[in-house]
Design a protein around this ligand. Structure first.
Ligand code: FAD
Ligand code: NAD
Length: 479
């Protein structure tokens, strides 16, 4: 058994682990990153990047089909999209491999003594067993082991190898004929809509009435309405059962049954903590078995062990994983001089069409917080630029604090939500009031004019400004 002694050991070479490595290295050259799986990160290999590549192909097919179904079109005609599934998947894989290549290159350029392959398991608070070949003794440790799909065992038992997760989709050589998507969260929505638009027969099964992450009841209802109008959806499917029949799976739910080539489990993710040997440590764990940590320092209790990324079961989002890695790596490097870092304003975006976003606190979080707040809303159905572009679907709800008008949060389904979400998250982080935002420039004609309408209505609801003028002239036509 090889014995290795280091200042800082990092478990996992994903986004969080790689950031932790760079941050720890600023304090000591004695850093070791232990990785069990392939290099390249979940985001680049089977997450953010390949999913967005598939969505980009789906958007191309959808624009052509929108013109083919010219009833509401621009007067520009095209035939129905011809989708070459092999070419679609080839581009997804090739571009994905290019992104993965950059990440892998970076890791492989690290000094060899900074990398160790194998599965890490805690023997005690400072010792890690790596497979059967090494024991690493580390003064400080960062846990950055990520998350994996959470799939009910009975689905695996009944559907066998016809049950897949997101990782499998991006390995396809061709698009399949049919896929049942089980779950109605972020991954389900993005992948089901993309596959549907690429001509795959898809049905999305949600176990409740909720689709996607929005918590404002009016926006959740609008999301359902918009998605159900395009995508075959079975909501309230509490009792999904699967039966394997040769190369197909029969999905039974809510008293109906249908056959599919594949069943894609998109039923949430769980932190990679199983088999990590946390029971061999004195680390404080919550009732789910997740280490109790300070989100501003990444520190677990008062120990020299830190946690970062999806594994902390907090925010399964790339930029948060990178930040957490940086914070945890820096603190592992400088321990015991642990520093706390303020965190960014929350921002989550779903790359569906229309896009969905939550900036700052969600409606549900605000209700739970007990803070007094008012709402200002806008529908994009009649919003000038959105109508011009035939993207006039959706709505934005803004929430600001009573008494001081500080913007606290926003939820939206609608055009350019990825960009509006950034504007709002940046304002929320700066502590802008509704008036600060109204004093900022709004060009004409742009989708952001819809944001201004919501801000004006919010200012009125807060009793902090003059009533907005209906169809104001300074707003420009259709603003
Ligand atoms: C389909 C999909 C789409 C997504 N799209 C987006 C998006 O558009 N935008 C966005 O912001 N986020 C997106 N995400 C989320 C984002 O990918 C994650 O938040 C991010 O990748 C988490 O990084 P991480 O470092 O925590 O984990 P990972 O990158 O998974 O790294 C963890 C590493 O630890 C290794 N490991 C685990 N256990 C051990 C062990 N015991 N010993 C050694 N090594 C171990 C694993 O092999 C892995 O390499 C998406 C996720 C998915 C699944
Ligand atoms: N655009 C992005 O930033 C992006 C994209 C994809 C994933 N992600 C990240 O990955 C995380 C995980 O995504 P996800 O979609 O796996 O989780 P999720 O929590 O968004 O959705 C899980 C869904 O599965 C359903 N579900 C759970 N158990 C079920 C069961 N037994 N039967 C039927 N349905 C069941 C839930 O009701 C929910 O609809 C997201 O929270 C997000 O942070 C981000």
């Amino acid at each position: 058994m090889k014995q290795i002694q280091v200042d800082v050991a990092i478990i996992g070479a994903g986004t969080a682990g790689m950031s932790a490595y760079r941050a720890a290295l600023a304090h000591t050259p004695s850093v070791l990153v232990i990785e069990d799986g392939p290099y390249g990160t979940t985001c680049a290999r089977v997450g953010c990047m390949p999913s967005k590549l598939l969505i980009a192909a789906a958007e191309a097919a959808h624009s052509v089909n929108r013109l083919a179904g010219h009833a509401k079109g621009f007067g520009v005609r095209a035939g129905p999209a011809q989708i070459d599934g092999v070419a679609v998947m080839q581009r997804v894989r090739e571009e994905r491999d290019r992104f993965v290549g950059f990440v892998t290159d970076a890791v492989e350029h690290w000094p060899a003594e900074h990398r160790l392959r194998g599965r890490a398991k805690f023997l005690d608070d400072q010792r890690l067993q790596i497979d059967a070949h090494s024991v690493v003794t580390a003064k400080r440790i960062v846990i950055a082991t990520g998350s994996r799909p959470n799939v009910p065992t009975e689905w695996i038992q009944t559907a066998g190898d016809r049950l897949i997760v997101n990782d499998d989709v991006f390995a396809w050589a061709d698009l399949p004929k049919s896929v049942a998507v089980l779950g109605a969260g972020v991954i389900a929505l993005e992948l089901a809509q993309a596959l549907h638009r690429l001509g795959v027969r898809v049905r999305l099964y949600g176990r409740s009435e909720r689709i996607g992450p929005l918590t404002d009841p009016a926006l959740q209802a609008l999301t359902r309405q918009i998605i159900v109008a395009e995508l075959p959806v079975q909501m309230s499917a509490k009792d999904i059962t699967l039966e394997r029949d040769d190369n197909e799976v029969i999905v039974r739910a809510a008293g109906r049954e249908a056959r599919f080539d594949w069943v894609l489990a998109a039923s949430g993710r769980q932190p990679n903590l199983q088999g990590l040997g946390l029971e061999n440590t004195g680390l404080p764990l919550d009732p789910r078995g997740v280490p109790v940590f300070d989100r501003r320092s990444g520190q677990i209790g008062v120990s020299p062990v830190f946690i970062a990324g999806d594994v902390n079961a907090e925010l399964e989002i790339l930029h948060e994983a990178a930040d957490e890695g940086r914070i945890a790596g820096d603190n592992a490097g400088r321990f015991p001089d642990v520093r706390v870092r303020p965190r960014r304003a929350p921002l989550a975006i779903v790359f569906s069409d229309p896009q969905i976003m939550i900036a700052g606190l969600s409606h549900a979080q605000l209700l739970r917080s007990g803070v007094g707040f008012e709402s200002g809303t806008v529908s994009f159905e009649d919003q000038g630029r959105s109508r011009v572009m035939l993207k006039n679907q959706g709505a934005l709800h803004l929430y600001a604090e009573r008494g001081n008008g500080r913007l606290l949060g926003a939820e939206m389904i609608g055009p350019a939500a990825e960009h509006i979400g950034h504007l709002l998250a940046w304002s929320i982080q700066r502590g802008d009031t509704v008036q600060d935002m109204l004093d900022s420039p709004f060009y004409h004609p742009v989708i952001e004019e819809g944001l201004r309408t919501a801000l004006r209505l919010l200012q009125r609801a807060l009793h902090m400004g003059p009533p907005p003028v209906e169809r104001c002239l300074d707003c420009g036509p259709g603003a």
